[in-house]
Design a binder for this molecule. Structure first.
Ligand code: GSH
Length: 350
């Protein structure tokens, strides 16, 4: 895929006392959906909780136990196309890490940056240099093949080809899936409207539109989507083989490439999580299809970094309520009628 834009992101300050005050909060999104707080002495992550690439960076930050502030970009509402955010990342994508005055876009670059700049003393390492050349090579290899899987196409394609999906889970339940399809189908119009309303970002947004239309053709084409699923199949075969080769070792202490948790494990964990949520776990590992991956996925869910990076059931519920407030309201009222009605019927019968 060709890069959308290559010039570096501009950086701007808003010296406003209210904004300065909110700089101390851990989530610095403002009520109008913006987050123009660029004054921060530490790490600030622009992200979205359900974004695949954001989850990778979150997991790296939590693995390394680094404190950070956060600013949530409302992707479903097009927060990434707002002019202030396009100045932070002209690609209009999350995640972006801000380290004092420096802006670092792209999950792989962010994780490498964290590894390079936060590697002193007792900060856990995600690329253990001391384990030697062979381990490092394995980490690079697995990270590379895992990161080559186009997660956006995998996710969106599964909504357009539901016949290929068995059991989608939260957050990708039917109302959310429908919402994603609607947003995807309207994205060209959304981008055109943003380009019209923001002449200073027109060029960037029209490039993004071009990119979106190319991607849309791919996600809606079944053959193309099947070839992405085949790519996943090939990568998971290699992962399964690698994990199986550790069977003679103490598996409780062993991850994908080493007995420490590495960047390759982050790529694998977030991929498995996404496949599971999309409803592909039966196709790819459940029921002894790939027993080592199944075991690995169970084990990784016990890690603190996983629990802190992947939204839990309460967060999913909030999301579904936000997407379908009327339907949920009706369901709650109907449920109450059923309970109260049932209560009276039972009383009459007694
Ligand atoms: N190569 C980038 C990809 C980032 C990306 O595609 N992010 C998605 C969310 S997972 C996004 O921001 N999409 C919004 C859009 O393109 O409009 C990375 O690794 O960070």
């Amino acid at each position: 895929m060709t890069p959308i834009i290559t010039h570096s992101a501009a950086f701007f300050f808003v010296f406003d006392s209210v904004l300065l005050q909110s700089c101390t909060r851990s989530d610095m999104s403002l009520d109008d959906g913006s987050c123009r707080i660029n004054i921060c002495n530490g790490l600030l992550l622009y992200y979205h909780q359900y974004s695949f690439y954001s989850q990778k960076v979150l997991m790296a930050l939590h693995e390394k136990k680094l404190p950070f502030e956060s600013c949530i970009i409302d992707l479903p509402k097009g927060g990434q196309y707002e002019p202030w955010y396009l100045q932070i990342n002209p690609r209009g994508e999350v995640p972006v890490l801000q380290d004092c005055g420096k802006l670092i876009p792209d999950s792989t670059r962010i994780i490498d940056y964290l590894e390079d700049h936060f590697c002193i003393a007792d900060i856990p390492k995600l690329i253990p240099m001391e384990e030697g050349f062979e381990v490092r090579q394995r980490i690079t290899y697995y990270r590379h093949i895992l990161d080559q899987i186009p997660a956006g196409i995998l996710t969106m394609g599964s909504f357009f080809h539901p016949e290929l999906v068995k059991r989608p889970k939260a957050p990708f339940l039917p109302p959310v899936r429908k919402n994603f399809i609607r947003t995807e189908n309207n994205r060209s119009e959304i981008l055109k409207a943003h380009a019209e309303n923001n002449p200073e970002c027109r060029h960037i947004l029209l490039k993004k539109l071009e990119f979106h239309e190319r991607r849309h053709q791919i996600v809606t084409n079944k053959e193309e989507f099947l070839s992405v699923l085949n790519q996943v199949e090939d990568v998971l075969d290699k992962v399964e083989e690698e994990l199986a080769s550790h069977n003679h070792k103490n598996q409780e202490n062993w991850w994908l490439c080493s007995n420490t948790f590495t960047v390759a494990d982050i790529s694998l964990t977030i991929l498995l999580e996404r496949l599971n949520q999309l409803g592909f776990e039966c196709a790819f590992w459940k029921d002894s299809r790939r027993p080592n991956i199944e075991k690995y996925y169970k084990r990784v869910q016990e890690r603190e970094s996983y629990k802190k990076s992947i939204p839990n059931i309460f967060f999913h519920l909030k999301t579904v309520v936000r997407v379908k407030p009327i339907a949920i309201g009706c369901a709650v009222v109907a449920g109450m009628f059923l309970i109260v009605g049932g209560f009276f019927i039972i009383r009459k019968m007694m």
